[in-house]
Ligand binder design. Structure first.
Ligand code: 2PG
Length: 294
């Protein structure tokens, strides 16, 4: 009993110390800013291995747990937020809620921005990723999944997967409604939102949480970490793992010693497990060897 109490007390002291360090650095001459990114927990279509994009699928039950676990890690590490940004999609919104619940911050403002949505997967939306490999070949599918600026085939404007048919997007102009997106075109909406809306809030001293998606976050970290296009193709972001960035006065990333290249921010949690989860994202499409021996 006593040892449990002692452990809890020392954990709380460490947490308070870290909180204090963050606050002190914000008040000092050399301001240091913190932003925490988190990809949503596993969705039902991640589980079913389907191209998702803007489809508004819910978290799987494992994804709910991953999101809460991500929030718990953030809380344990002592981070706190003044405002949270998320997309229009419920898998990211729910992840944001879980994070704020675990950190005791359900009262802070949450801003929903369509600009943080997942990249739109065009005509691939809803298709099984591995079946798509069997039909079109791994090289073609990897071009669609990870090339920087090659667009997947467009979605039919009559399809339920075209955002113009969803009342949720009625405030978007026709030019803003995608029929397909590459990472490059995703970046064209993520980056202005970061620069015009999120970054000024961080510069003003606010601690910010961003709960978003694999590819909208790949676009954001391309900018933050200045990742070249050919390196970005190999970057996968795992579900539900917090990714913490510390930024200097000029909003430049201060590299963390535990960062997994090409990122300079650090993932929270057991890094070996994080690496295994990153590999899991890459393995959603794989080459299948057919045994032709008689
Ligand atoms: O299907 C999607 O929308 C994304 C993220 O789940 O997949 P990928 O990792 O293949 O870009």
């Amino acid at each position: 009993m006593l040892s449990t109490l002692a452990r809890t007390t020392s954990r709380l002291a460490a947490r308070q110390g870290r909180r204090h360090a963050i606050t002190a650095s914000i008040g000092g001459a050399n301001q240091k800013h913190t932003v925490v990114l988190i990809r949503h927990g596993e969705s039902q279509w991640n589980l079913e291995n389907r191209f998702t994009g803007w489809y508004n699928i819910q978290l799987s039950s494992k994804g709910e747990i991953e999101a809460a676990e991500g929030g718990r890690l953030i809380h344990e590490a002592g981070y706190t937020f003044d405002i949270a940004y998320t997309s229009f999609l419920k898998r990211a919104i729910k992840t944001c809620w879980h994070t704020l619940e675990q950190t005791g911050l359900m009262h802070i403002p949450i801003v929903n921005a369509w600009q943080l949505n997942e990249r739109h997967y065009g005509g691939l939306t809803g298709l099984d990723k591995q079946e798509t490999v069997e039909k079109h070949g791994i090289d073609q599918v990897m071009v669609w999944r990870r090339s920087y600026d090659i667009l997947p085939p467009p979605v039919d404007k009559k399809s339920e997967f075209y955002p113009g048919n969803d009342p949720m997007y009625k405030s978007l102009s026709p030019e803003e409604l995608p029929v397909t997106e590459s990472l490059a075109t995703t970046l064209k909406r993520v980056l202005p939102y970061w620069e015009k809306v999120i970054s000024p809030e961080i510069e003003s001293g606010k601690n910010v949480l961003i709960a978003a998606h694999g590819n909208s976050l790949r676009a954001l970290v391309k900018h933050l970490d200045d990742i070249p296009e050919d390196v970005l193709t190999g970057l996968n972001i795992p579900t539900g793992v917090p990714l913490v960035y510390e930024l200097d006065d000029n909003m430049k990333v201060i590299p963390h010693k535990d960062a997994i290249a090409p990122l300079q921010g650090r993932y929270l949690g057991d890094l070996e497990k994080v690496k295994a989860r990153i590999a899991g994202v890459a393995k959603q499409t794989k080459i299948v060897f057919v045994d032709s021996t008689p």
